[in-house]
Write a protein that binds this ligand. Structure first.
Ligand code: SF4
Ligand code: SF4
Length: 230
């Protein structure tokens, strides 16, 4: 038995053309979204994975990043250095000194594992992406270049209002409180010194004693202030 076919729709001649023109008119009236790169730099989110920066001072040459990199594109060379004992009879210590730290961005797949595993916060993402090269060998960035990328790493976002305070801040506050307490212990000597000779003296004597009492106090306030940041 022959199956019945669905009825064919009758087409109005020129309807396709009208539809096409309608699409053209609709898009013509919309705002253009073309990115005018490189004349206008794109606004990238702060967590963009552009390039990796190395903060060398934090690197302890533990080699974790190189070991975990799935592409084996991190090259680290180092040597051991002996640090003499700090006290007589003490023990000598040895530490790793970084000789080479390089990342081959022609192999890197931007997975971010190296940054995640670094226990000392020595690697960071930078949103910079304009480092194309005509020679593939130039895509191996040595430590100096990796260091330069650090200047383009965005500042970390502010903590949530209810977030726990970072350990570093608590440690810094503790040190500041200890300094302030030590300052307070030193200060009582100033009023004692001011209390003796000035009581009998006139304006000039009072002036002298207040100067003598005032200056050390000012000096005491200034000195820790200068020492603090150092
Ligand atoms: S981002 Fe991934 S592939 Fe690139 S260097 Fe780090 S671990 Fe290796
Ligand atoms: S994991 Fe971090 S500290 Fe260890 S070698 Fe890599 S960058 Fe340096």
């Amino acid at each position: 038995m022959a199956e019945s076919l669905p009825p064919t729709r009758s087409r109005i001649p020129g309807s396709g053309l009208a539809k096409g023109l309608a699409v053209t008119l609709r898009t013509m009236t919309r705002k253009s979204v073309t990115a005018q790169y490189p004349d206008v730099q794109p606004e990238l989110p702060p967590r963009t994975r552009g390039v990796i920066g190395l903060f060398e001072e934090n690197c302890t040459v533990c080699m974790l990043c190189a070991r975990e990199c799935p592409d084996w594109c991190i090259y680290i060379d180092s040597h051991k250095e002996t640090i003499p004992a700090a006290t007589p009879g003490g023990r000598e210590r040895s530490r790793n000194v970084l000789d080479r730290f390089a990342i081959d961005f022609s192999l890197c797949m931007y997975c971010g594992i190296c940054i995640e595993v670094c226990p000392f916060d020595a690697l960071f993402w930078s949103p910079e992406f304009e480092y194309a090269e005509t020679d593939i060998r130039d895509l191996t960035h040595e430590r100096d270049k990796l260091r330069e990328w650090m200047w383009t790493v965005p500042a970390p976002p502010a903590l949530d209002p209810g977030a726990e305070e970072p350990k570093e801040l608590a440690a810094a506050r503790k040190t500041a409180e200890k300094l302030a307490a030590a300052q307070e212990q030193e200060q009582p000597s100033a009023p004692e010194a001011a209390g003796g000779p000035p009581a009998a003296g006139g304006p000039s004597a009072a002036g002298g004693s207040s100067t003598a009492g005032g200056r050390p106090a000012a000096g005491a306030a200034d000195t820790p202030g200068q020492e603090g940041p150092a």
